[in-house]
Design a protein. Structure first.
Length: 110
């Protein structure tokens, strides 16, 4: 798994590629939370994530709670159909705005 980060205006764009599981979720969480300051705007691009275990879902929940607890917002983009279905069935999509593309996600912050 790889995590890259860049800034687009006021939005921190985090791109994750590879599998998110019990061995990789802690590193992803740490890198995402390193940019979670007060009123943070974080977009997580998951277009290159093809597998996510329950550890990945927990990681996203921790990120959501941390960022929203500080007045920020987290947006997900590029969810595969399998990930979107899983997150919908488990209720996780109720916490996140999600969009097909990074551009659409960035527009949601404006």
């Amino acid at each position: 798994m790889e995590v890259s980060q860049r800034t687009e205006g006021e939005v921190e764009v985090i791109a994750i590629s590879g599998e998110i599981d019990g061995s990789t979720a802690p590193a992803a969480q740490s890198q995402i939370l390193s940019v979670a300051k007060s009123d943070a705007k974080i977009l997580i691009d998951m277009s290159q994530v093809h597998y996510m275990s329950s550890a990945g879902l927990r990681m996203l929940l921790v990120v959501y709670r941390t960022v929203s607890g500080q007045g920020g917002k987290v947006v997900l983009t590029g969810l595969s159909q399998d990930l979107e279905d899983t997150m919908s069935l488990t209720g996780f999509l109720d916490f996140f705005d999600h969009f097909e593309s990074v551009d659409a996600g960035l527009a949601a912050f404006n």
